[in-house]
Ligand binder design. Structure first.
Ligand code: GLY
Length: 325
């Protein structure tokens, strides 16, 4: 879909997202330009990524848990009301961010998991479907057959998977974490954010990461700014990264410095087994920070990744700043 650019608007309106959320950010800005509320626009943008069968780390087509079942986590947070909600380990529903938004709007609760989250989605008329695509099933089976030489499975022939899927698995192992995050700033000054994921590929059944947890996978304070994350969820849970990033911005750090300061903490706290021979973290965490005045940054522990920015000039990718280059 092509969204209109916003050259005609001179009031700041902005969205940032993880690299896989370029369409989400663009969609969110286009919707806000039509008067759609920030959180509604943000959820609608993320829905595009949840619907994409080729996005292996989010929604429909996401890689499954170790039992071959897709379990989704997502949360939303609305700056104006300072309310948020998340759903975790949700099966059979491709839009967990919409379910989380309903939870926020319809109840006094902030987090539902597993069967309870599914029951809530059913109550709201969400359609149930098998989220495991044929591509994801084949990648899961390949992983299962290569996992150990000491189990019942024989290794799959190399050509069992298309080269691009084999390469994808090699490039992303260990720590197959993806996720999409999107934060928005409306002309009113109101902010909102959404994070959605299928979590670590081949995770333990019932494993919940940072994405549905306010303060870990996302956080917004309407007076300060917003932050969201992709990457190793446990590190964000152990450091409450998104909350901390917003607090560092409140204390006066720029988005980039606030993000890097959080990553110094994450790096310092990384477990022994998560470090390479030089003592640097092998895990990765990306943070996307959007301040109330429109300043923004993407930072990561290491690597050359990008993040998406959409504003009145259209949508583009900008470079993340790595803590360890
Ligand atoms: N950051 C996504 C996850 O760890 O599940």
């Amino acid at each position: 879909m092509v969204y209109p650019t916003l050259r005609s608007f001179n009031v700041l309106m902005l969205s940032i997202a993880s690299y896989n959320g370029l369409n989400a950010a663009q969609c969110a800005v286009a919707l806000m330009a039509q008067g759609v509320a920030p959180l509604d626009a943000c959820v609608e943008g993320v829905t595009l990524v949840e619907d994409d069968p080729n996005e292996l780390t989010v929604g429909y087509g996401g890689l499954p848990n170790e039992a071959g079942i897709v379990e989704l986590d997502a949360a939303v947070m609305d700056g104006a009301s300072h309310r948020g909600a998340g759903v975790a380990a949700l099966r059979n529903v491709r839009h967990p961010s919409r379910v989380a938004q309903r939870l926020m709007e319809q109840t006094h609760r902030v987090l539902l998991v597993g069967e309870g989250a599914l029951e809530f989605a059913r109550t709201n008329g969400f359609v149930e479907e098998n989220l495991l695509t044929e591509r994801a099933r084949r990648m899961w089976l390949y992983w299962k057959r290569h996992r150990s030489r000491h189990d019942d499975w024989r290794p799959a022939p190399e050509d069992e998977l298309p080269p691009e899927d084999r390469d994808w698995l090699r490039a992303h192992l260990p720590g197959l974490a993806g996720t999409v995050h999107c934060s928005v700033l409306a002309r009113s000054g109101d902010m909102a954010c959404v994070t959605s994921t299928s979590g670590h590929a081949f995770k333990l059944t019932g494993r919940v990461g940072d994405s549905p947890i306010l303060g870990a996978g996302l956080y917004v304070d309407n007076e300060v700014g917003s932050c969201g994350s992709i990457g190793h969820g446990e590190a964000n849970l152990e450091n409450l990264s998104s909350f901390l990033a917003v607090e560092f911005m409140r204390a006066g750090l720029s988005p980039k410095e606030a993000g890097l300061e959080v990553l110094r903490r994450v790096s310092k706290n990384a477990h022994h087994e998560q470090r390479d021979a030089n003592g640097l973290p092998r895990i990765n965490v990306h943070l996307f920070l959007l301040r109330k005045d429109g300043a923004h940054a993407g930072v990561c522990l290491h690597g050359q990744k990008h993040y998406a920015v959409a504003d009145e000039h259209g949508a583009r990718l900008e470079a993340c700043t790595p803590l360890h280059s």
